[in-house]
Design a protein. Structure first.
Length: 638
């Protein structure tokens, strides 16, 4: 019994010992500190362990540009005003740091003469925080005022300017009343060279006439005429903006100078003369419509076109009272000089002179004092209306020594008689010229053609025409009438030829020529257009008299309201010859021989069908070119 009691006492004592050893250690708690914004804390951010009821002193230190705002988080409210926290449990707090913000006060001086716009350069959720960069843009709003300088917490005259917000700022935008005046007037000069006198503008304070530097002055031409050079210049230390590289071309000009919020000022009118001397070695240089007009007063001289020329202003109702361009060569002898078009284009030429004869870019050429040469000149989108002798390039040529080379015309040509896409009436030597035009002659008219209404005593080589031609008598895809021992070779027409609507007595219409007459010869040529009319209607030539056609062909249908119609020619008379000429019987619907030999389309597309034709140097044939029909090696196919 005693032994049992002793054991029990020992067990109780052991338990008391174990219980007493646990009662001497306090519980442990974690303080978790986070940071929002920029700054540091003591204790350091993260997890910190303390015994139960420990009073922890907190310290928050902001980074530059920040201030300590508050303790937040789950247990932020447990932090005392003395920045202590009692660890009677696990705690989680956040030290919140916020950026300083500063006011920006802007004053305009004088009041009401300008504004200052602000732009935030650095991204932020709040305006003007510490470290924010603000771009300031001062703009005058009252007429005659100019931004001068910044004052207050910002100095200098840079505009726009960037301002660092590292404290509260108060600035002033100073504006000053100024005036602008012409310092140097432009003087007459030569086309393509800097304007004489170097136009200049001076900007001064209105009251004290102190020069204002760094003012941007912009120059324009009053009527909108183009020119070259630096068009915006800053005033220098003397307040002067000098325009020393302005280049104009022939004409009369007036400059307008402008600057932000200043009144525009205008220069005197000045003239720019045509460059060159008008000789063969030093021709006059033509850059614009004014230069083309200059030719009228120098009809015997030499010219070279230097720029593409927009002539669309001739369409305006105010231009010559709506009559459009006045053709060059109004004097008795017409144009007697030379023009090198230099491959340039005159576009949009308009003429509306239905009661006037000899109408075109050039009125007429008739002097025989020397060869008249016009070359490398192209007219596009013309719209020309005249009486008799109307063409895109020249109305009438009577000079047998005239020479035309590599010229072209596109657009619409309308007249009475002697109407052509390039010439109304042509003579001389015409080489490598082409048209793509709508040609319309008048009721009861004679002679209309895609290239010329009439060719008389002319040599025409390697020329072609596209488009359409409508007329009454002697109408052709390339030429209306061929007469006077003309020589025409290696040319073609792909032109639809028609009589005028409601005309029942049209005669001599052909896909290439309406009538070939008087010892003329046409060789190595072809026509592809459809022809329709009343009498003497044919795919190549409507009326052939005392002339020769050699190695030519046609493919277009010929449609007539009479029986006098043919696949190649319709009527032949006198001492004529048709030698080794062919037409497509399948496309024309004709089969008669004698006036050209009929072939099937397959035969027409086979070079062996053509007797005595030169398929080495003159002709070529390919299934992918010209619909498989023969084409001319030396004349472009378009």
């Amino acid at each position: 019994m005693k032994k049992l009691l002793s054991s029990s006492v020992l067990i109780v004592l052991l338990c008391l010992i174990l219980l007493c050893s646990g009662c001497g250690k306090k519980p442990q708690y974690t303080l978790t500190i986070a940071v929002e914004g920029e700054g540091t804390t003591l204790p350091n951010p993260g997890k910190n362990t303390y015994e139960e009821n420990t009073v922890v002193t907190l310290k928050a230190t902001p980074a530059a540009g920040y201030y300590f705002d508050q303790w937040s988080g789950k247990d932020g409210k447990s932090v005392s005003d003395a920045n202590t926290i009692v660890m009677n449990g696990n705690k989680s707090i956040t030290a919140v740091f916020s950026k300083f913000t500063y006011p920006l006060t802007i004053t305009v001086n004088p009041e009401g003469v300008g504004t200052v716009a602000t732009e935030l350069v650095t991204d932020t959720d709040k305006d003007y925080e510490h470290g924010q960069t603000v771009r300031l843009i001062a703009t005058p709003t009252a007429a005659g005022y100019h931004f001068d300088s910044w004052g207050g917490d910002l100095t200098g005259s840079e505009n726009p300017v960037e301002l660092l917000m590292d404290s509260a700022k108060s600035i002033t935008a100073n504006f000053i009343e100024v005036k602008a005046e012409i310092a140097a007037q432009p003087a007459s000069s030569t086309a393509g060279q800097p304007v004489n006198g170097s136009p200049a503008v001076r900007v001064l304070t209105k009251t004290d006439e102190i020069p204002i530097p760094n003012v941007a002055i912009t120059v324009a031409e009053k009527s909108g005429q183009p020119f070259q050079g630096t068009k915006t210049v800053l005033t220098n230390g003397e307040g002067i903006a000098i325009f020393d590289d302005l280049i104009f071309y022939e004409g009369n000009y007036q400059l307008v100078f402008s600057s932000t919020n200043l009144s525009d000022i205008e220069s005197n009118t000045f003239s720019v003369n045509v460059a060159g001397a008008g000789t063969a070695v030093n021709p006059y240089l033509i850059h614009n419509l004014h230069g083309l007009m200059f030719i009228e007063t120098h009809l015997n001289d030499f010219f070279r076109v230097e720029n593409d020329i927009d002539a669309s202003v001739t369409r305006e109702s105010s231009y010559n009272d709506g009559a459009g361009w006045l053709p060059i060569g109004q004097s008795g002898s017409g144009f007697a000089g030379q023009i090198d078009g230099n491959g340039k284009t005159i576009s949009g030429l308009y003429i509306n002179r239905p009661s006037s004869d000899c109408i075109g870019l050039i009125k007429e050429i008739k002097t025989d004092i020397r060869p008249i040469v016009i070359k490398n000149l192209h007219l596009t989108d013309v719209e020309i209306v005249g009486g008799n002798n109307v063409g895109g390039l020249v109305g009438q040529i009577t000079n047998s020594t005239s020479q035309f080379e590599n010229c072209s015309v596109t657009g619409e040509i309308t007249g009475m008689s002697f109407v052509g896409g390039m010439f109304g009436a042509a003579r001389g030597v015409i080489t490598n010229c082409s048209t793509n035009v709508i040609v319309t002659a008048g009721v009861g008219s004679w002679y209309a053609g895609g290239l010329a209404g009439v060719a008389s005593g002319a040599t025409i080589t390697k020329c072609f025409a596209f488009g359409s031609v409508a007329g009454n008598y002697d109408v052709g895809g390339l030429l209306g009438l061929v007469q006077g021992s003309c020589s025409i070779s290696q040319c073609y027409a792909s032109v639809d030829v028609n009589s005028l609507p409601a005309i029942t007595n049209s005669s001599a219409l052909g896909g290439f020529a309406g009538c070939i007459d008087t010892d003329s010869t046409v060789s190595d040529c072809f026509s592809r257009g459809e022809v329709s009319g009343h009498d003497n209607i044919a795919g190549f030539c409507g009326y052939l008299r005392d002339a020769n056609i050699v190695r030519c062909y046609s493919t277009g249908a010929a449609i007539a309201s009479s029986d006098n119609c043919g696949g190649f020619t319709a009527f032949s008379y006198g001492a004529f010859r048709i030698t080794n000429c062919y037409y497509d019987r399948d496309t024309t619907g004709f089969t008669s021989a004698g006036n050209g030999e009929p072939l099937t389309t397959a035969q027409m597309q086979d070079s062996t069908s053509y007797n005595a034709w030169d398929f080495t140097t003159v002709w070529a044939i390919s299934s992918t070119i010209n619909d498989g029909y023969p084409y001319l090696r030396n004349t472009p196919i378009e």
